[in-house]
Design a protein around this ligand. Structure first.
Ligand code: 13P
Ligand code: SF4
Length: 355
């Protein structure tokens, strides 16, 4: 396919490719019983849970109580890397499990549901992406964390939402031309922020893509004091209205730090659990996902994140099912792009600390 064809092709998924968001319903007695069983198994197997903020509150509470971490994609990778546990149980989506395995090939990595994927990962097939990179050998290849191990193996850098602008700024300063994949909205935002020379792949997150600029404007009129916090996987019409654009960790921190009482949040609503913990007295309002005549697909909750549940987690620990494997050759190549980011953020944190 030509460059023009790739850049004009939409890698947005068809409706049929997106599962419905189904959240497991359990009563208090079963929740308590499962939580106790899981904690005992974790101890016995020297295992730890690494969960994303978009997973269900039940899972987040158990993760915290059992000494695991609930965090963003970058911190999930870091934590798994530093943990002394022999097994990592990744509650999130496939690329997070693969990243954990790539960074820790000596550890066994499991996930509650191996079908938990991501529209960005699905929207960037490794073979097509590799052909595209081959056609532009003078470009540095930067991919978002939300990609398969094979795509990361083809990249020079992996970045996350919390690090993308800094990395691209750094590369742009060095005069580098960049291939960016797969999120078109995040790519567009980063390009505007940095002025970098970027070829941008055209996939999208089905959750953030549904936030609507016009409806947000109307909502803001009803809540004139509210601050608007937006994840950069959202469309530009939404980002343009933001008081703050940032990663999931950035959004939680902003609610806690900002003086305002009310916040309109444009990201997966799974994050409300951690925001409520960090800032219990603040009022949180979901950003609108659909116009009057439309129906939302995800309704601001990722269908793949919702596949993680206590019952499935307990089953994985009980049976040893759902282990993540990545080919050694892919691990070797993909590790380079991830490690480059971890080293970069460590240097940046050090510089910030020295300043
Ligand atoms: P971060 O948690 O890194 O901001 O990413 C959000 C996301 O979409 C994960 O799927
Ligand atoms: Fe992928 Fe979007 Fe779900 Fe995150 S919220 S896992 S980017 S589909």
């Amino acid at each position: 396919m030509t460059t023009e064809a790739i850049l004009n092709r939409s890698y947005t998924l068809e409706k049929e490719q997106i599962p419905p968001t189904v959240v497991e319903q359990i009563d208090d007695a079963e929740r308590a019983e499962l939580s106790e069983k899981i904690k005992a198994q974790l101890k016995q197997q020297n295992a730890v849970i690494v969960a994303h903020y978009y997973t269900e509150p039940d899972l987040q509470i158990l993760t915290d109580e059992s000494g695991g971490t609930v965090s963003d994609s970058l911190e999930m990778a870091r934590f798994g890397n530093e943990s002394k546990a022999e097994k990592l149980i990744v509650c999130g989506v496939k690329f997070m499990g693969e990243t954990a395995k790539i960074l820790n090939p000596e550890k066994r990595v499991f996930m509650p549901d191996l079908e938990a994927n991501c529209s960005l990962d699905l929207g960037c097939p490794a073979n097509e992406f590799s052909d595209f990179c081959d056609a532009h050998p003078d470009h540095v290849v930067v991919v978002y964390a939300n990609t398969s191990a094979a795509v990361k193996a083809r990249a020079d850098w992996m970045v996350t939402s919390g690090s993308a602008v800094d990395v691209i700024k750094h590369l742009s300063k060095e005069g580098k031309k960049i291939i960016w994949a797969p999120d078109k909205y995040l790519g567009d935002y980063v390009q505007k922020e940095t002025g970098a020379d970027m070829l941008i792949w055209q996939a999208a997150c089905i959750v953030h893509e549904e936030f609507k600029g016009q409806e947000l404007e109307t909502l803001r009129q009803h809540h004139p004091q509210a601050k608007v916090l937006v994840h950069p996987e959202s469309p530009s019409s939404v980002i343009e209205q933001a008081d703050m654009v940032g990663s999931t960790t950035g959004i939680i921190k902003a609610v806690a730090d900002m003086d305002a009482k009310e916040f309109i949040i444009a990201t997966d609503k799974g994050i409300f659990h951690k925001i409520n913990e960090a800032a219990p007295d603040k009022i949180l309002i979901e950003a609108p996902t659909a116009g009057k005549s439309a129906t939302c697909i995800s309704c601001a909750h990722c269908p793949w994140m919702a596949m993680n549940s206590l019952r499935k987690l307990e089953r994985v620990l009980e049976t040893g099912e759902n282990e993540i494997f990545v080919e050694a050759a892919v691990i070797k190549k993909a590790k380079g792009s991830i490690q480059r980011l971890l080293d970069f953020t460590q240097d940046q944190n050090k510089l910030a600390g020295d300043a």
